[in-house]
Design a protein around this ligand. Structure first.
Ligand code: NDP
Ligand code: MG
Length: 391
């Protein structure tokens, strides 16, 4: 049977890996989206015979429209076009937009019996309770693409939920794992995007360098698997072979291992509950010889501490943390903020947001996006103070 798939964020790193698997498998593509890269989107839509191609950025619409002229592919744009593309009928919606921008289109794609293959962790960080509640209400199944969460999902199948004691997510430690605090203060965006094990988009690569990515993943795991913050832990594992561990009450620890290649968790989600038979890279443990683990250093990587605190605070704190972090990453990439200014700015935004009463729980997507918006403007207002410290 042919499985139909739509991809939000088709032009990105996860989108590309997904299309690589789809190219060789028994799939049909329904809708593909991008932010502004109309040229790449149109070419993918034509190659895969999509029905719909949508750009979020309206300014990219004329280029998309003209590139698709003479084809049967519908060109759409803006928030409504993205929602329409997400809602178009298909078996699987793969959500791989980067950032909080992924929230509204992903929720627009919830439908009964539909599988939501979720790479966009920011959906769960900005509005975790709301997101999971809506998925349940619409009877959509959320499957984690994020490698650690995909590993937890697989390991959880080995026991009853009430027998789970602890869930540990591994982290490579990023490119600066062993770097001194002094050297960390002056790293460049080019150094930060060079991840040792994974090839990913720029934002998540920088998040991996600050360890904010692991912090966002703790929050993602808490909502996705309904776990208390005290049940969640992080372990540094530079080889990225063991992706997560689930400890049960009887002392058994179940871990999932795989070569670090995002096509493996993506393929899992595309085929679930079956297994995709493809020529996946093999894990050669004899060649590796040893696996290394160590505790995370919360002092050199304060973003991880900030995220853990936000998880424990709950309510709107993770949303504010995420918005501030997105602004901080953009400023770092534009060389307006130093690497160690990233957690500084995020912490200051959280403090200010607390004073403005923004850390409460929200009940609608619009409210969550409203908090996201205000947190971004607080970050923009505070940024010059931190930029000044950086120079
Ligand atoms: P990329 O930056 O490579 O790709 C992002 C995609 O989202 C592109 O298609 C981009 O379109 C689109 N996009 C960007 N901004 C917007 C917007 N405002 N509205 C609509 N679409 C937008 O990101 P990744 O593929 O690396 O990551 C995607 C998500 O998956 C992230 O949430 C990340 O945390 C998560 N993830 C990624 C992993 C990886 O290995 N890359 C691993 C685990 C999780 P355009 O090309 O036009 O800019
Ligand atoms: Mg991950």
């Amino acid at each position: 049977m042919v499985t139909s798939v739509s991809i939000l964020g088709a032009t990105g790193s996860i989108g590309t890996s997904t299309l690589n698997l789809i190219r060789d498998g028994n799939f049909r593509v329904v809708a593909l989206t991008a932010n502004s890269d109309a040229k790449k989107l149109a070419s993918l839509a034509k190659e895969f015979g999509a029905e719909i191609a949508a750009v979020s950025d309206e300014a990219a619409y004329p280029e998309l429209k003209s590139a698709l002229a003479g084809t049967q592919i519908r060109a759409l744009a803006s928030a409504t076009g993205m929602a329409e593309a997400a809602a178009a009928k298909s078996d699987i919606l793969l959500s791989a937009i980067v950032g909080a921008a992924g929230l509204a289109p992903t929720i627009a794609g919830f439908a009964s019996g539909r599988k939501i293959a979720l790479a966009n962790k920011e959906c769960l960080v900005t509005a975790g309770s709301l997101f999971m509640r809506e998925a349940q209400k619409k009877n959509a199944t959320v499957l984690p693409v994020d490698s650690e969460h995909n590993a937890v999902f697989q390991a959880l199948a080995c026991g009853r939920r009430d027998a789970v004691r602890k869930v540990t997510l591994t982290a490579s430690g990023g490119p600066f794992r062993t770097m001194s605090r002094e050297r960390l203060a002056v790293v460049t965006p080019e150094e930060a995007v060079r991840h040792p094990n994974w090839s990913m988009g720029a934002k998540i690569s920088i998040d991996s360098a600050t360890l904010m990515n692991k912090g966002l993943e703790l929050i993602e795991a808490a909502y996705l698997f309904d776990l208390a913050p005290s049940q969640l832990d992080v372990l540094i594992h530079p080889q990225s072979v063991v992706h997560a561990l689930v400890e049960f009450h009887d002392g058994s620890v179940v871990a999932q291992m795989a070569h670090p290649d995002m096509r493996i968790p993506i393929g899992f989600c595309l085929a679930w509950p079956e297994r995709l038979a493809w020529d996946a890279p093999k894990l050669d443990l004899a060649k590796l010889g040893a696996l290394h683990f160590e505790a995370p250093d919360y002092d050199r990587f304060p973003s991880l501490r900030l995220a853990r605190n936000a998880l424990e605070a709950g309510g709107g704190a993770p949303n504010v943390l995420n918005a501030a972090n997105e602004v901080a990453i953009e400023a770092f990439r534009a060389r307006r903020l130093s690497f160690d200014g990233i957690p500084g700015l995020v912490e200051a935004v959280l403090t200010q947001a607390g004073k403005e009463g923004l850390l409460r729980e929200v009940s609608t997507v619009n409210d969550a996006l409203g908090v996201d918006h205000v947190a971004r403007s607080i970050a923009a207002t505070l940024l010059p103070q931190f930029a000044a410290k950086a120079s």
